[in-house]
Design a protein around this ligand. Structure first.
Ligand SMILES: NC(=O)c1ccc[n+]([C@@H]2O[C@H](COP(=O)([O-])OP(=O)(O)OC[C@H]3O[C@@H](n4cnc5c(N)ncnc54)[C@H](O)[C@@H]3O)[C@@H](O)[C@H]2O)c1
Length: 356
């Protein structure tokens, strides 16, 4: 008798990371995918954040993909579904993902990011404690403490002046006593809880503290997904607003495919209560000014922009991830998509996005 296919439960499956993970595990690894998403992104960000197009794409493209219209805040429904499915692995990407948006919706933010994560962890503990549990955390758990690192100002970007950070920020960096935004605080709560289910209950969990995660399936809006949104503005001839730091603020960008590849490596050889800084690293880092130039080169259109002389509260001036722990624990994994190739794919995707 043929063995049952392995099943993956993905929360936030219509989002950038959830859809990429669903596609990767289905196509490359033969998993049967169950996606949870209630299009909450459209509630958080309005029509421009609507992710139904991506849900339809998965339903069309992935054999056996099953969509569950469920809110992760609904504890009883989450428990019932996880009990019924007993998935071989869980990848949790559903979230209120915006640093800036959280202040206006503190309860929605905390209930989704912190309590929603607890609902899933407890369901996993009760129904499938052996199944790897991958949680998408964020580098905002470090609050604005990275801004205390000595910096040097270069012509188009800030960089670390302290040689201790030559390779970027490691997982040992403090998460305490700095400004996080309410989003950063709700994600800290989730991150520590995911670690705790690993340490206290020995569940195979990990937190991936993302830098800027992006790719062609990102529904970028001004408040979240800067590269995707920047490219959209470029193509539409719309003004992109730069908030402070002279446009020299630096982010490391990782293509969602490389995120999915790392998740697959963890699921294949899980550890308990681990934490990884998952970003593009120094090689895939860019400032806003540099991103304008790369995008202009790829589209042939000038980037319209204005400068607002006020940085976003708690925003990082320079952040790139130290990837050495990920590479040491999972030597088969590395970054495979360059920054320029990522931007090229985003340009192509916005040109043909089915938003119907
Ligand atoms: N994109 C980035 O740059 C970035 C950086 C660091 C960390 N992260 C983290 O990665 C994860 C995924 O980010 P993304 O960019 O794919 O976000 P996204 O907004 O594209 O996807 C999240 C999905 O979750 C869904 N969702 C939200 N609340 C829900 C709820 N209560 N119930 C069910 N579904 C719900 C949304 O509708 C959306 O489709 C998040 O945890 C985010 O904090 C993202």
């Amino acid at each position: 008798m043929p063995s049952q296919p392995r099943t993956l439960l993905v929360t936030g499956s219509s989002g950038l990371i959830g859809s990429e993970v669903s596609t990767y595990f289905s196509r490359e690894l033969g998993y049967r995918i169950h996606g949870i998403d209630n299009n909450q992104r459209a509630v958080f960000f309005g029509a421009a954040g609507d992710t139904r197009w991506n849900q339809r794409r998965l339903e069309k493209d992935l054999p056996g993909f099953e969509h569950h219209e469920l809110d992760i805040r609904d504890r009883a429904a989450v428990l019932a579904l996880v009990r019924k499915l007993k998935p071989s692995a869980i990848v949790h990407t559903a979230a209120q993902p915006s640093h800036d948006r959280a202040a206006a919706i503190p309860f929605d933010d905390f209930d989704t990011n912190a309590t929603g994560t607890l609902n899933l962890l407890e369901a996993a503990r009760q129904a499938c404690p052996e199944s790897p549990f991958v949680h998408m955390s964020t580098n905002k758990v470090y609050g604005d403490a990275p801004n205390r690192i000595a910096l040097e100002e270069l012509p188009t970007r800030w960089d670390y002046a302290d040689p201790a950070y030559e390779n970027g920020i490691a997982e040992t960096f403090t998460i305490d006593q700095s400004k996080h935004s309410l989003f950063g605080a709700s994600k800290v709560a989730a991150d520590v809880m995911v670690q705790e289910y690993g340490r206290y209950f020995n569940l195979p969990t990990c937190c991936l503290r993302g830098g800027c995660l992006t790719g062609p399936n990102h529904t970028g809006v001004e408040l979240h997904g800067f590269l995707s949104y920047l490219v959209k503005c470029n193509l539409e001839g719309k003004e992109y607003r730069v908030f402070g730091y002279k446009g020299k603020q630096v982010r490391d960008n990782i293509h969602s495919l490389d995120v999915a590849r790392f998740m697959a490596a963890f699921v294949a050889a899980p550890r308990a209560g681990e934490v990884y800084n998952l970003g593009g690293g120094k090689a895939n880092s860019t400032s806003i000014l540099e991103a304008f130039k790369t995008t202009e080169k790829l589209t042939g259109r000038a980037q319209k922009h204005t400068y607002v002389d006020q940085n976003r509260a708690g925003d990082h001036i320079c952040y790139y991830s130290d990837l050495r722990k990920m590479r040491a624990h999972y030597p088969g994994w590395d970054i495979t998509v360059s920054l320029e190739e990522t931007i090229r794919q985003i340009v192509e995707a916005w040109k043909k996005r089915d938003r119907g």
